[in-house]
Design a protein around this ligand. Structure first.
Ligand code: HEC
Length: 418
C-alpha cells in the first residue's frame, strides 16, 4: 500500500476542512429537524400559522441542504479509507454494526424528511404528519449519537483495549458528556441560521411578511440564546470528564498543542454567551448584539470541532490503536514472535521488538514501517540508552509515551539498541 499525500494542504488539513464543513451541515440538519418538529407541534396545538409556516419552510430548506451534506459525508469516508487506511480499517471493523445502523438511520431520516415535506398541508391526518416528523427527528438524533459514539471512543477508548467488546467502545467514558455537548450546538446552530435568515429577510419584507420575519427573528433568536446559555455547562462537564478519564488528553487541551484551538474557542464562546445574556436582560430587544453572538457561536463551534479532533489525534489515531496491548498481540508489520521468549525461542530482531510496541506504524527501521515519524536506523545507533529511555517516557506530543513497567522498558531498550 502506498502513502497518499494530499497535494498542497496535507492529509490532516484536508480532512479537517471537509469534516468541519460536513459537520456544519449535519448540525444544522439535526437541530433544524428537531426545531421544525417542535414548531409543528406548537402550530398544531395553538393553531399558529407562523409556527407552521416556519416549520414547513425550514423542512424544505433542510431537504435541499441534505444533498450536499450527504455528498460531503461520502467524501469523508473515501478520504478516511484512502488517507488513513490502517486506522480506518480498524475503526470500521470495531464499529461495523453501529455504522450499519447509522446508514439505516440516515436513510429513514432522508425518506421521512422528504415525505414530511411533500405532504405538508396536503394530508388530512395531521397526527400522522406529526408522526412522520417525529420519525425524521428521532432518526436524525440517533444518527448523530452513533457518529458521536465513534468520535468519543477515539478520544477515550476506556475499557475497550482491556476488554474488546462493542459495548465498551460505544458506551465509552465520555459518550454521554460529549453527546450533550454535541446536541446543544445542533439546536443552537440551526436556530442561529434561522435567526440570521429572518433578520436578513425582514429588512426588505413588507406587510404580513415583515411581521412574520420579525416574529421569526424573535422566535429563533430566543431558541438560539437559550441553547447557547446552556453550552458552557455541558462543555465544563465534558472537560471535567476528560480530566478524570485521561489526564494526558486533558493536559494536551489545557497546556499542550491543542490549547491554541481550545482557548480561542473559550474566548469566542464567552462572547457568544455574553451576547445571549444581554439579549435576555434587555427583554429580547438587542437583536444586533445577538447577531454578533450567533456569528461568534458559529466561529466557536469550528474551533471546538478542531480542538476535539486534535485532542485525540496523537493518542489514538496514530497512538493508542497501535500501541495498545490488543494490537501488540498481533504485530502489524513483521513476523509474530512471542513477547516472552523462552530459551528455545528465536531471538527477536529489532524490527520485531519495534513492531510489538507499535513503533513501526509511525517509524521506518531497515526499510520497514510508516513515515509519520523519522526513520529510526540512525537514531537508535547514536542515542545513548539513558537518553532513549527518558525520551520514550516523555516524548513530544505527536508520539505516544511508552506505557510499560520500568523492567519492560529496560528490556525493550536492550532489544532495540543494536
Ligand atoms: C504516533 C506515531 C509514533 C509512534 C507510535 C512512535 N513514534 Fe517515535 N516519533 C514520532 C514522531 C512524529 C517523532 C518526531 C518528533 C519530533 O521531531 O518532534 C518521533 C520521534 C522519535 C525519536 C527521536 C528522533 C529524534 O529526532 O531524535 C525516537 C528515538 C523515537 N521516536 C522512537 C520511537 C519508538 C522506540 C517508538 C515505539 C515505542 C515510537 N517512537 C513510537 C511518532 C511516533
Amino acid at each position: 500500500m502506498y502513502q497518499i499525500n494530499f497535494p498542497l494542504l496535507g492529509n490532516s488539513l484536508i480532512m479537517a476542512i471537509v469534516i468541519l464543513v460536513h459537520v456544519f451541515f449535519a448540525f444544522v440538519a439535526v437541530g433544524g429537524i428537531v426545531i421544525a418538529f417542535a414548531s409543528e407541534i406548537i402550530a398544531y396545538r395553538k393553531n399558529s400559522a407562523y409556527h407552521d409556516r416556519f416549520a414547513e419552510g425550514y423542512v424544505k430548506f433542510l431537504s435541499e441542504m441534505m444533498k450536499p451534506g450527504g455528498v460531503l459525508g461520502v467524501f469523508i469516508v473515501v478520504l478516511l479509507i484512502s488517507l488513513f487506511p490502517e486506522f480506518t480499517k480498524r475503526l470500521y471493523n470495531f464499529f461495523f454494526w453501529p455504522l450499519v445502523l447509522e446508514v439505516a438511520m440516515f436513510f429513514i431520516m432522508m425518506v421521512a424528511t422528504i415525505y414530511w415535506k411533500v405532504t405538508w398541508g396536503r394530508i388530512q391526518n395531521r397526527k400522522f404528519h406529526l408522526f412522520v416528523g417525529a420519525l425524521a427527528a428521532l432518526s436524525a438524533i440517533v444518527s448523530a449519537l452513533i457518529i458521536n459514539a465513534a468520535h468519543s471512543f477515539m478520544l477515550t477508548p476506556g475499557k475497550y483495549f482491556e476488554e474488546p467488546k462493542l459495548f465498551n467502545a460505544v458506551f465509552n467514558p465520555t459518550m454521554f458528556a460529549s453527546s450533550t455537548h454535541l446536541l446543544i450546538p445542533c439546536i443552537a446552530n440551526a436556530a442561529a441560521f434561522a435567526f440570521i435568515y429572518a433578520l436578513f429577510k425582514s429588512r426588505k419584507a413588507e406587510g404580513e411578511n415583515k411581521e412574520y420575519f420579525a416574529w421569526l427573528a424573535k422566535y429563533s433568536g430566543t431558541i438560539f440564546a437559550a441553547a447557547i446559555l446552556l453550552q458552557p455547562f455541558s462543555g465544563l462537564s465534558f472537560l471535567l470528564k476528560i480530566r478524570s478519564v485521561n489526564g494526558a488528553v486533558f493536559n494536551n487541551i489545557i497546556n499542550g498543542g491543542v490549547s491554541k484551538f481550545f482557548y480561542p474557542m473559550v474566548g469566542i464562546g464567552v462572547l457568544a454567551v455574553s451576547c445571549a445574556a444581554v439579549y435576555f436582560i434587555s427583554g429580547r430587544k438587542t437583536q444586533k448584539i445577538l447577531l454578533l453572538g450567533s456569528l461568534a457561536a458559529l466561529t466557536a463551534f469550528s474551533f471546538g470541532g478542531y480542538t476535539r479532533e486534535r485532542a485525540r489525534k496523537p493518542y489514538l489515531i496514530y497512538g493508542h490503536m497501535y500501541m495498545s496491548e490488543a494490537f501488540a498481540a498481533e504485530p502489524l508489520l513483521s513476523a509474530k514472535v512471542p513477547l516472552e521468549s523462552g530459551a528455545a525461542a528465536p531471538k527477536r530482531t529489532v524490527n520485531d521488538a519495534l513492531s510489538s510496541r507499535g513503533c513501526l506504524s509511525c517509524h521506518k527501521y531497515k526499510g520497514t514501517g510508516g513515515t509519520f515519524g523519522p526513520a529510526l536506523d540512525e537514531h537508535l545507533k547514536h542515542h545513548p540508552k539513558e537518553e532513549l529511555k527518558k525520551f520514550l517516557r516523555n516524548p513530544p506530543e505527536v508520539m505516544p509515551p511508552f506505557t510499560g513497567t520500568e523492567e519492560e522498558l529496560n528490556k525493550f531498550i536492550e532489544e532495540i539498541s543494536p
